[in-house]
Design a protein around this ligand. Structure first.
Ligand code: COA
Length: 233
């Protein structure tokens, strides 16, 4: 079918991110809110997931003003694709971006990483993209020295809760009427990300995810879904 990969969100991605956001959430961020977040990479990091029908050329991450420039998405991509993808030639023009299928973000304060958002285009759900994005956020959290991860999720949002439970998030409390419609939020936390138990769990989940994504990439029988088909979340 093709390849899913993640890379750093840039300001050029705001419009397609908002298109997925409109299909996924009732509350929408303005362009300015996204720009503000993206301009503070010391505390906020955002990823996008893309779909490529062919083996995607690694693009690395765009330069960040105050943080390490290591292209964090590349190790994940390398493992997904079996490693050893060639570097693009510096003189070659930037290829057009592949279509976006999801996005996610994290904010780190002191040693706590807060997952601010995760969404996958409705036509591309249940293919491991939510997991791929969450794995990218976990890598970013570690890179930004977060010891643990936390998030809020609607009590009714069982799909997202299952994703987080799978990755070792545990419900610790409920925040009453946290959302605009009066719905409560479930607060979830991981155990310490660097603990041997968590690392073991993560390693095993990653192996499973990469096998699944590789099998999907090689599957000739499934057509990629249309990104323009409006589908209710
Ligand atoms: C939550 C969301 C990001 C999951 O993305 P996804 O790409 O469909 O998820 P994946 O395919 O990676 O699934 C990973 C795991 O999540 C859980 N999950 C995902 N969708 C699920 C569903 N509809 N029902 C039950 N569990 C689900 C499962 O545990 C799944 O693991 P499995 O494949 O072994 O069963 C997606 O449903 C979405 O964008 N929802 C709308 C936005 C949203 O609610 N974001 C979270 C805000 S806190």
């Amino acid at each position: 079918m093709g390849y899913f990969f993640i890379e750093t969100m840039t300001e050029k991605d705001i419009k397609p991110v908002q298109a997925i956001e409109r299909l996924s959430f009732d509350v929408h961020w303005s362009d300015e809110m996204y720009r503000r977040e993206l301009r503070q990479p010391q505390v906020n990091r955002y990823l996008v997931a893309r779909f490529s029908p062919t083996f995607p050329a690694p693009r690395g991450s765009p330069p960040l003003p105050t943080v390490r420039r290591k292209p964090f998405a590349v190790p994940l991509l390398d493992r997904l694709l079996g490693g050893g993808a060639p570097e693009p030639s510096p003189s070659s023009p930037s290829p057009a971006p592949d279509p976006m299928v999801g996005y996610a973000g994290i904010a780190v304060a002191v040693d706590e990483g807060h997952i601010t958002t995760v969404a996958v285009h409705p036509s591309y759900r249940r293919r491991g993209i939510g997991e791929l994005l969450l794995n990218g956020l976990i890598d970013l959290a570690v890179e930004m020295h977060a010891a643990m991860l936390t998030l809020e999720v609607r009590v009714s949002n069982l799909a997202a809760q299952n994703l987080y439970l799978k990755y070792g998030f545990v419900p610790t409390a409920q925040r009453p009427r946290y959302y605009d419609n009066g719905e409560d939020a479930l607060i979830m936390w991981t155990e310490p990300l660097q603990s041997p138990a968590y690392q073991t769990r993560l390693g095993s989940l990653r192996e499973q995810l990469f096998s699944r994504l590789r099998a999907q990439a090689e599957d000739q029988t499934t057509e990629p879904a249309s990104l323009t088909t409006p589908v209710s979340p």
